[in-house]
Structures are given as C-alpha cells and as structure tokens.
Design a protein around this ligand. Structure first.
Ligand code: SAH
Ligand code: SF4
Length: 340
C-alpha cells in the first residue's frame, strides 16, 4: 500500500478518476493532508463515506518515527527511523529571513566523494517521495512553525533519485501542498550531467547548486570520483544549456580543503572556468570529521581566495557555519544510529 504523502496532485487526480470520482477531489485531499494535517482519513468531512473507505483501503497515512532531536540555538537536528530499519537525518536552521530545512534524499550515497562523511556509507536505497515530504511535515509539527526554505543537501545524491526528488518538489511546492515557493527550494548535485539536462526541462523555478569543489579535472578526479564519468567541461556545457533554458542563476559550491584546492592558482583557474556564466560561488569552510584526513583551509587562504573571485566581479560568499556543535553541519550527517 502506498503512503499518501508521496502522491503528487496529478497522481491523486488520476487515482480519483480511476475510482470514478471527480479529479478536483485531489485538491480537497491535499487541503486535508497539508493544511488541516489530519491524522486519519475519517476526519475528512467533504467526501462520501464510500470514498473515505476506499482511501483507507488504498493508502497509508503513517508518519516517520522520530528517534531523536538535538537542539542548539539556531539549529535542530532530527533523526528519523524508517520502516526498513534505516535512518535519515534532517537539519532545521533558523535564519533572519525564515527557517530552512536540509533534507536527505537517499540512505547513504554512491558518489563516494573523498571528503564526505555521508558518502562513506554506500547507498542502501533511495528515499521515497513520502519519506522526504514527511521530514518536513514532522519538523514543522515539532517547531509549530511553517518552514520557508528547503535545501536538498543532506545525505544522498538527489539526481541519483530523480523521479522521487522531483515528485517531492511538486508536492511541497503545490499551493495546497506545503506551498513552499520554488525559488525557496534548492537542489544540490555532484554533477550528474544527463540529469542536469533533464532538470533544465523541469517546469519549476527551483534553484540548482553544483558541488564543484575544484577548478580542474586533475584535482576534481582526486576528490570526486563522479568527475571521471562527467568531467568538468561536460558539467559546464550542461549548465550552459540549463541556463539558456531556465534563465536561472547557478550556485557553485566550493569546499575549501587545505593544500588541495585552496591556492591562489586555483582561485584564478576557477575564475577563468566560470567567467561568463551567470553564477554565484559559495565557499564552504570544510567541516573536518574524525574519519577523514582532509583539513579545513586556513582563514587567510579562504579570504585570499574570496578576494580573487570578488575582484573579478563575480558573486561570491563564504558560507556561514551552522550546527557544528551538534554535528549537524554539511558533511556531518549520518545514516546510522549506532551512537544514538
Ligand atoms: N549529494 C549532493 C547533495 C548533498 S551534499 C551534492 O554533493 O551536492 C551537500 C553539500 O555538502 C555538498 O556541496 C557537499 O560537497 C558538501 N559537503 C560534504 N561534506 C562536507 C564537509 N565535510 N564539510 C563541508 N561541506 C561538505
Ligand atoms: Fe554524496 Fe554529495 Fe557526499 Fe558526494 S558530497 S558523497 S555526492 S552526499
């Protein structure tokens, strides 16, 4: 039986038509699920008893099991148990402009980036769209506030789970769903070229971020194995097509790893690589982890790097750090619960 929180409005319209009902019932049901937040189909008052019985037969309305919450001043970290015994983490951040949540898209990740804690656990499976929707619903329930921004930057490679991730976006973006504006949703990918091209035709104005992390193939091959399949120039070509079709500015994420990708030469090479693209570079001070030997770049190398990009009139920021106290920062999430 499918979990109801994984169905898009189109899926539900198809469902209602298939049981001989009008398709506007889909919007009604979305309102019950996401506005009224029902706990049982019996709470629905504007559908016939027979329809409600059908819904009960055909769909589950289960939530995830919240195993643990860690709270810090600006950040909460949530650990959820999934039905098959896997776990998933989500991180809530409070900003002056609202609250954002970082969603995981898979259990583990197969991309194997050398610096990433999440990538050390091979992919166990993709998350279903309902498991992503419920990360948001349950966190909203906990904080009793609506979440305004969503980043798909937790564990997993979202473009390796394309259908479920795009269904998830459709559900949370729908005005009768969670109504999170598409410009407030960001998907981050390690650069799966065919999916970047497919995403260029996805008719939602969602932000795209690329985990670039190196200005050339030599360095990128060393830290991101995916670069051997889709080298930098292929990624950039795909992004040019993406930009032509969507007109949306692209974000490049660049983790600062001491002695690996943080030299003045690297900064100049990055400027040459990205020149002419409408983009935004986000420098990320690396979060060191116990199991990985990479070190965070020194503050002055980060500043020098930043200055070079800035001087070349490109948009650049240094990412503010969130959640390091409770290991909720980028790359520190896990999908195991052994130290619960
Ligand atoms: N798989 C996707 C999305 C999840 S990773 C991707 O790679 O884009 C989200 C971001 O966190 C990526 O840019 C990733 O490279 C970065 N990241 C991974 N480990 C990190 C660490 N230890 N410190 C800082 N950022 C890290
Ligand atoms: Fe996977 Fe992203 Fe981590 Fe790479 S950085 S291993 S793609 S989660």
């Amino acid at each position: 039986m499918r979990n109801i929180y994984g169905l898009t409005i189109e899926d539900l319209e198809g469902y209602f038509l298939s049981i001989g009902e009008k398709k506007f019932k889909a919007v009604q049901l979305f309102t019950w699920l996401y506005e009224k937040r029902i706990k049982s189909f019996d709470e629905i008052t504007d559908m016939k008893k027979t329809v409600i019985e059908r819904l009960k037969e055909d769909f589950r309305l289960d939530k995830l099991n919240l195993a643990k919450v860690e709270r810090d001043i600006e950040v909460n970290k949530y650990l959820f148990d999934l039905e098959d015994g896997s776990c998933v983490e989500s991180v809530l951040m409070r900003h002056d402009y609202g609250t954002s949540i970082c969603i995981s898209s898979q259990v583990g990740c197969n991309m194997g980036c050398k610096f990433c804690e999440s990538g050390r656990l091979k992919k166990v499976r993709d998350l279903s769209s309902y498991e992503m929707v419920l990360q948001i619903l349950m966190v909203e329930e906990d904080i009793k506030t609506r979440i305004s921004h969503v980043v798909i930057m937790g564990i997993g490679e979202p473009f390796d789970n394309y259908k479920n991730v795009t269904d998830f976006i459709k559900i949370i973006n729908h005005p009768k769903g969670l109504s999170i504006g598409s410009r407030h949703i960001t998907v981050s990918t390690s650069g799966l070229v065919p999916k970047i091209l497919e995403f260029a035709d996805f008719p939602y104005q969602v932000n795209l971020a690329i985990s670039l992390h190196a200005p050339n193939n030599e360095i990128r091959n060393k830290i991101m194995p995916i670069n051997k399949a889709y080298p930098i120039e292929k990624v950039i070509d795909a992004l040019k097509i993406y930009y032509k079709k969507t007109n949306r500015r692209i974000t490049f994420e660049y983790i600062m790893l001491q002695g690996i990708n943080d030299t003045v030469d690297c900064a100049n090479e990055l400027v040459r690589l990205l020149r002419g693209l409408n983009c935004y570079v986000n420098l990320i001070p690396y979060n060191e982890t116990n199991n990985i030997e990479y070190k965070r770049s020194k503050k002055d190398s980060i500043m020098k790097f930043y200055d070079i990009i800035k001087k070349n009139n490109m948009n650049v920021t240094i990412r503010r750090e969130f959640g390091t106290n409770i290991s909720a920062a980028c790359g520190q999430l896990r999908s195991k619960r052994e130290d619960l």
